[in-house]
Design a binder for this molecule. Structure first.
Ligand code: C5P
Length: 232
């Protein structure tokens, strides 16, 4: 496995409905967490105001909207993500090489870090077959990660169990954003293929995404500190 020298950044997933909940969580988690994820749930209700709120608090934002459209539309969406203040955003690698190249160019020009989603972790072999892909999920993940890299996309979103093979194939500088993280002793919720923060760091994650183990904790600041300690 290719080693990485720096430890992963923690991104806290804000899967909530209201800006008031975001403000409350920021207050409870405290200043130690720099990165937060705004996804479809929060963005569909509140749009750029959700990103602005975090930026006004000096935080960095992963805008997780997984764009998947024709090249021009995705490139313009990536520019829009940068324009509203996103520091990291993503597209579906399944959109193909022309789309990935257009998105990568837009991200470079507008100064936002771009990653690609390979195969949704909710899809198994039968789900892939149902959409006409008679392949093993792991092989498809690797294929799309390498395609993204070859098209100039600097990283991917992947499950903890995929870190090793992608790091091996794509090298130490490829950005790996990894959800499905559960601190030792935490419940699994609906996550199945999980690793602890320490395991994900050892495997080579660049960012780990943690939601409910922090946001639903009795003491979110203590939960976040525990994850940060594991990452160090
Ligand atoms: O609460 P939890 O830690 O499970 O949240 C993880 C976050 O990462 C959620 O926002 C979820 O949608 C996202 N995610 C995931 N698995 C993926 C891709 C994204 O859990 N494969």
């Amino acid at each position: 496995m290719t080693p990485r020298s720096s430890r992963p950044h923690l991104i806290v997933a804000l899967d909530v409905d209201t800006l008031a909940e975001v403000e409350a969580l920021l207050g409870r988690i405290g200043p130690e967490v720099l990165w937060f994820k705004v996804g479809k749930q929060l963005f569909t209700r509140h749009g750029p105001a959700a990103v602005r709120l975090l930026k006004d608090h000096g935080r960095k934002v992963f805008l997780d909207l997984k764009f998947h459209d024709i090249p021009n539309t995705v490139a313009q969406a990536v520019r829009s993500a940068a324009a509203i203040g996103a520091d990291l955003t993503n597209v579906h690698a399944g959109g193909g090489p022309a789309m990935l190249r257009a998105a990568a160019a837009a991200a470079r020009e507008s100064g936002v870090l771009l990653t690609a989603v390979t195969v949704l972790t909710s899809m198994d072999r039968a789900e892939l077959a149902a959409v006409g892909l008679d392949v093993e999920p792991a092989g498809q993940v690797l294929r799309l990660a390498c395609l993204a890299r070859d098209c100039g996309v600097p990283g991917v979103v992947c499950s903890p169990l995929e870190i090793g093979i992608i790091r091996e194939a794509c090298g130490p500088d490829f950005v790996l954003v990894v959800p499905g993280i559960r601190p030792a002793g935490a419940g699994q919720d609906d996550q199945k293929r999980i690793m602890t923060p320490a395991q994900a760091a050892a495997a080579g994650a660049s960012f780990v995404v943690v939601g409910r183990p922090i946001t639903a904790a009795a003491d979110p600041a203590a939960a976040a500190r525990a994850v940060l300690a594991e990452l160090a």
